[in-house]
Design a protein around this ligand. Structure first.
Ligand SMILES: [Fe+2]
Length: 367
C-alpha cells in the first residue's frame, strides 16, 4: 500500500489498483491539537458541519507524513501509517484470528493459570487469542472468595446482567426455574437463546466439586456447522433460513427472540448457533418445508449429541471456564447429590469486553 500524489490529488496504490482518496476523507482526519483531543483521540469539530466542497490546494509527502493545504484554509500533517489503518471496511484484529475446528480428540484443555496482575499481562493476550481460536479457555487457580467471578468478568470488561442476576449459583435446588439448577444430565445447548441480544460469553467458575459425575461437556458448533454443510447441504440450507421462536417464561418475565438455528454473516460465513430444543417453536410452514426442517434439526441434534464432537472434563475447585455462547454448546453429565457438594458460579460478558481488552493489550505490548 503506497500513497501517491498527482496534481493536488491523493491516491492509494495497493500494487494492483490505484484509487483517488476523497479530499473530505482526508479533511475529516486532520489531527492538529485544535482539531483532535490528544487524550481521547476524539474530534473537536463536527465534520457534518463542514462545507462539502472540500478540495486540496497543495499536497506533499515528507518522511511518512502527508502534508495538505485544504481550500478552507486548514493545513495538516497526516501520519500515513495511521491513515492506512482506516482503509479497511471491517475489523481486522479479531477477524484475523482464524477459528480452529475441533472435536473430541482435542486435548490440553486446561492451559492457563491465574496469577497477580493477570488481566494486564501478555498471558491475558494469549488467552484471548486462544479463546477466539477455540471458542473457550479454562483458567486454573482463580480465587473463589467473595464471588470473585464478578471481579474476574469486570476485569476483562463488564458483567452482562440478566434476570438471573449479576451472577448465578449453579447447584441443585428445590423448585428450580431452569434445568441447570437440578442434578440431571444436561444435553449440549446454548444459553439464553430467547434473549435479544443473546449473551455472548459465559463464565463458569467451579467453587466445589466433590461428586464423581458432573463433568462439563463442550461441543464446537462451528465444527458441526461446517461438517453439516459438507455432508448434508439441504439440511444446512434450511437451518440457516428458517427463523424459530425461542421463549422463556417465569413469574416475572416473558422473553422471546427469533433466529435461525445456524445464523450466517452477510458473506455467508458462520456467525452464531442457538440450540435449546426445549425452548424452540418453529412457525407453521408448508408441510414439505417442515418435513425437511424436522429432519435437519434431528440430524443437527444427533451431531451435537454424538461422541465424535464432545469433549468432557471435570472442573476442579478454582477452575474457571470461559466459553463463547454464540459458537459453542455446553452441557453436563448427571451427578448424585448424595455424594457431596457441587457448586459453580456463572455470569456473562459480551464481545465488547473481550474485543476491547484484546485490542488494548495488543496496543500495550506492541503486538
Ligand atoms: Fe447452560
Amino acid at each position: 500500500m503506497k500513497i501517491e500524489l498527482n496534481e493536488n490529488k491523493v491516491f492509494f496504490n495497493n500494487g494492483s489498483q490505484k484509487k483517488e482518496i476523497h479530499p473530505f476523507w482526508l479533511r475529516e482526519r486532520v489531527d492538529g491539537e485544535e482539531f483532535l483531543d490528544k487524550g481521547t483521540q476524539q474530534r473537536l469539530f463536527d465534520p457534518t458541519s463542514l462545507n462539502s466542497d472540500i478540495s486540496i490546494n497543495n499536497a506533499s509527502i515528507n518522511n511518512n507524513f502527508l502534508e495538505i493545504n485544504f481550500n478552507d484554509g486548514v493545513n495538516s500533517k497526516l501520519n500515513i501509517e495511521k491513515l492506512a489503518l482506516d482503509f479497511f471496511n471491517e475489523d481486522t484484529v479479531i477477524k484475523s484470528i482464524g477459528k480452529s475446528k475441533w472435536n473430541s480428540s482435542l486435548n490440553n484443555i486446561k492451559n492457563f493459570s491465574y496469577k497477580e496482575n493477570f488481566f494486564e499481562s501478555k498471558e491475558m493476550y494469549d488467552l484471548l487469542i486462544s479463546f477466539y481460536k477455540f471458542g473457550f479457555v479454562v483458567i486454573s487457580e482463580v480465587p473463589t472468595h467473595d464471588n470473585f467471578i464478578v471481579k474476574f468478568a469486570n476485569s476483562i470488561g463488564s458483567v452482562r446482567r440478566t434476570n438471573f442476576g449479576e451472577y448465578f449459583d449453579v447447584k441443585s435446588k428445590p423448585d428450580p426455574n431452569d434445568l441447570a439448577y437440578t442434578s440431571l444430565h444436561l444435553a449440549p445447548h446454548t444459553d439464553n437463546p430467547y434473549r435479544n441480544p443473546v449473551p455472548c460469553i459465559q463464565l463458569l467458575h467451579c467453587i466445589e466439586n466433590e461428586v464423581s459425575g458432573g463433568f462439563s461437556t463442550l461441543v464446537d458448533g462451528y465444527t458441526v456447522t461446517e461438517d453439516l454443510k459438507n455432508e448434508n447441504p439441504d439440511f444446512y440450507k434450511i437451518l440457516t433460513e428458517v427463523k424459530v421462536k425461542f421463549k422463556f417464561i417465569d413469574k416475572e418475565v416473558v422473553l422471546e427472540d427469533w433466529s435461525e438455528l445456524i445464523k450466517l454473516n452477510d458473506d455467508k460465513t458462520f456467525k452464531q448457533v442457538r440450540f435449546s430444543p426445549r425452548l424452540d417453536y418453529v412457525p407453521m410452514l408448508d408441510k414439505e418445508k417442515l418435513d425437511l426442517y424436522y429432519k435437519a434439526r434431528k440430524k443437527l441434534s444427533e451431531m451435537y449429541n454424538s461422541n465424535k464432537y464432545r469433549v468432557e472434563f471435570k472442573l476442579a475447585p478454582k477452575d474457571l471456564l470461559m466459553m463463547d455462547n454464540h459458537r459453542l454448546l455446553h452441557g453436563r453429565t448427571a451427578y448424585e447429590t448424595k455424594e457431596g457438594k457441587r457448586f459453580l458460579q456463572g455470569c456473562y460478558i459480551d464481545y465488547d469486553s473481550t474485543e476491547g481488552k484484546l485490542r488494548h493489550l495488543k496496543r500495550k505490548f506492541n503486538l
